[in-house]
Design a protein around this ligand. Structure first.
Ligand code: ATP
Ligand code: MG
Length: 426
């Protein structure tokens, strides 16, 4: 972590500026530039110099005379094409500057030339690069093109219509029940929306089919106790704990505000009592406990007493922050505990069969889409990522190993550097 560079210290952007002015990096930044032989994750405020550090790290590695790494042996990934273009420009500027300092260095001259071939790219473009170079590994037709969104939407509508029609024609009882269950008034369009939504969501996981199959088990519990021990209940418990701990932190800051000399002291007592209740909630370890204790939390009315010695700003801030906490707790109650756990367990049992059918429909939909796309020799953006994974990984049941191709790239690339890591779904 490094703190934000004060605005007054920041260089203005612009090509000229970048070329001429030198930056004195902070100790933390310098560490992130120099550290080698391990994985590094840099987490720092917006505008604090993360990209600058990444660029400097790259320039130092490729211009280093003692242990040189050629620029085309680095895989440099960022989130948008514009960011990749800017990164290339910033690296070029860094290399030019080094070359101006050491005009005789053949190694640095070479880097300037290699820069054109360097992998400074978005994740999508890198995936596409893999597909173009290794289509044969996954039986992809080399004549493939990327379909545009409108084309995919049309194909989806066609496939959905065929799927629903075939399911009706098959006379499958489970399908009829699924339609009845999910579509009030028998409107299949609701079911179609669910299929599309689930298909899209599943595609954000590395192995969508596996993820979908596992979801069938989410509704396999038969009692409240069993439901509370299920993976999603445990996930929810953890989520509630995190949310409430955020609320406690926020309300504690409100209490500190109330204690400041010109703070809204009149709120102090109430806030203290509310904070105690929330701290009590933090001790909950199961969904059953939360179901009892969360709805029991009571917020009072803030005293409206006026006092001119109190800062208006602090009073408003305290009010706003407390209202935020109150809303969050209210939302959690409404979202997760509007139905009793008994009813939730019963509903979960009841929806098991239709959810299973829905998931089978999604799997069938994905299969049909894949076939249609293969017929037309097109791929979409999600295919691009999944096909790239197929190229890089050998999955044998639960065991997943790097493929021969991945091992080749491991040999080739000295390092992978990712900017805007938080935006990727890695
Ligand atoms: N130690 C430093 N001294 C002076 N200027 C610096 C320092 N570190 C970074 N800068 C400058 O601050 C500006 C912002 O840096 P940069 O774009 O690298 O930040 P960032 O953390 O990547 O921002 P974002 O969160 O928007 O991606 C740049 O002009 C950069 O040169
Ligand atoms: Mg940046």
């Amino acid at each position: 972590y490094f703190p934000a560079v004060p605005k007054s210290h920041r260089r203005k952007s612009g090509r000229e500026e970048r070329k001429t002015m030198a930056v004195t990096f902070t100790t933390e930044q310098q560490r992130a530039i120099d550290l080698h032989g391990c994985n590094i994750l840099v987490s720092a405020a917006a505008g604090s110099g993360k990209t600058a550090v990444l660029v400097e790290r790259i320039v130092q590695m490729v211009c280093n005379e003692r242990n040189p790494v050629d620029i085309d042996r680095l895989l440099i990934v960022t989130f948008t094409n514009a960011a990749a273009a800017e990164m290339r420009e910033r690296i070029a500027a860094g290399i030019s500057k080094r070359l101006a300092e050491h005009p005789e260095s053949e190694h640095i001259q070479k880097q300037a030339t290699l820069l054109h071939n360097a992998q400074i790219t978005t994740i999508d473009s890198f995936c596409l690069f893999l597909l173009r170079n290794h289509f044969n590994e996954i039986g992809l037709d080399p004549a493939f093109r990327i379909a545009d969104e409108g084309e995919i939407k049309l194909m989806q509508q066609e496939v959905l219509a065929e799927l629903i029609e075939d399911s009706y024609a098959s006379g499958n009882e489970a399908f009829r029940f699924c339609v009845e269950y999910f579509c009030p008034g028998g409107k299949e369009s609701v079911l179609e929306q669910y299929i599309l939504k689930l298909s899209r969501y599943a595609a954000s996981f590395p192995w969508p089919q596996r993820w979908l199959e596992k979801r069938k088990d989410d509704y396999s519990t038969s009692s409240v106790e069993e439901m509370c021990g299920s993976p999603y209940a445990l996930y929810l418990t953890e989520h509630l704990h995190r949310m409430i701990s955020g609320c406690v932190e926020k309300l504690a800051r409100v209490r500190s505000l109330c204690e400041e000399p010109d703070g809204p002291y009149m709120y102090g007592e109430l806030v203290e009592a509310e904070l105690e209740q929330l701290e009590g909630l933090m001790a909950c370890t199961s969904l059953e406990e939360y179901a009892v204790k969360l709805p029991a939390v009571k917020f009072g009315r803030l005293p409206s007493r006026k006092d001119d010695s109190v800062s208006v700003l602090k009073r408003e801030l305290a009010k706003d922050m407390r209202a935020g906490v109150k809303d969050s707790i209210g939302e959690m109650e409404e979202k997760f505990f509007a139905t009793t756990l008994e009813l939730a367990a019963r509903q979960s049992r009841e929806c098991r069969a239709p959810v299973g059918t829905l998931i089978d429909l999604v799997l069938d939909f994905d299969r049909r889409m894949l076939e249609k796309k293969q017929d037309r020799k097109v791929i979409d953006f999600s295919d691009m990522e999944h096909f790239a994974l197929d190229i890089l990984l050998d999955a044998d049941g639960e065991e997943i190993r790097p493929s021969a191709v991945a091992k080749e790239y491991r040999q080739h690339f000295a390092e992978i550097l990712t900017d805007e890591y938080q935006d990727s779904n890695l």
